[in-house]
Design a protein around this ligand. Structure first.
Ligand SMILES: [Zn+2]
Ligand SMILES: [Zn+2]
Length: 213
């Protein structure tokens, strides 16, 4: 295993999970949360990671995530976040005083996720050269989301591309069937109660991507 790859045991665990969630998105969400937790849980001793957050500020998406984490029962609580903001505000005000203000594309959490995402994409891409891993993905409930699929496809050999696209089509069509069933049950003539298709739109919303069509 190369250093910039993810351990096979981690990938195996991700594929064993139940539900349609994208294994890469799930792994990224977990690692971002634990990075935030360890950085904010002990501000005094986490000088370096805290500095990374202060340097780049926070994008909208990660501000929303921090809001959720600090408002929920999650470990970090509102005080560590308040202490971070206490430091961040004067720095940002100082930056605004400069003649040329630079903003956007500097959020460290975005960079952190981008690098982790690349490691997962490289690892999946490599493993999918092997029949055993192809089969594991085919049999897994998990669906690699449209955005991560696009990133994977851009590095795949043509033989693997065909395989991957056909698996993705099959996996997404199962979810699409559930969505159609959900829509159909809204017909006033339908007497059937809602079942597992109730959540199909939520699941699909997480997996659909920013793919240009
Ligand atoms: Zn994903
Ligand atoms: Zn961000």
């Amino acid at each position: 295993m190369k250093a910039h790859h993810v351990a096979e045991s981690t990938i195996l665990e991700l594929l064993k999970g139940t539900g349609f969630d994208c294994p890469i998105c799930s792994a990224l969400s977990l690692s971002t949360r634990s990075w935030i937790e360890s950085t904010l849980s002990n501000l005094m001793h986490n000088f370096e990671p805290r500095g990374k957050l202060l340097k780049g500020g926070l994008c909208k998406r990660h501000r929303r995530l921090l809001f959720e984490l600090a408002s929920s029962e999650f470990n970090i609580g509102a005080l560590p976040l308040s202490l971070l903001l206490d430091e961040m505000l004067p720095l940002q005000l100082k930056a605004l005083e400069k003649r040329k203000v630079i903003y956007g594309d500097s959020c460290y959490l975005c960079k952190f996720e981008g690098e982790a995402s690349q490691r997962y994409i490289d690892t999946f891409g490599n493993l999918f050269n092997l029949q055993r891993w192809k089969k594991l993905y085919e049999d897994s409930e998990r669906i690699i989301c449209a955005d991560h699929s696009a990133k994977m496809l851009s590095h795949m050999k043509s033989k693997n591309r065909e395989w991957f696209i056909s698996v993705q089509k099959r996996k997404f069509s199962e979810l699409h069937t559930l969505l159609k069933r959900y829509i159909k049950k809204h017909d006033h003539k339908s007497k059937e109660p809602f079942g597992i298709e109730r959540n199909s739109w939520k699941l699909l919303l997480k997996l659909i991507g920013e793919t240009k069509t």
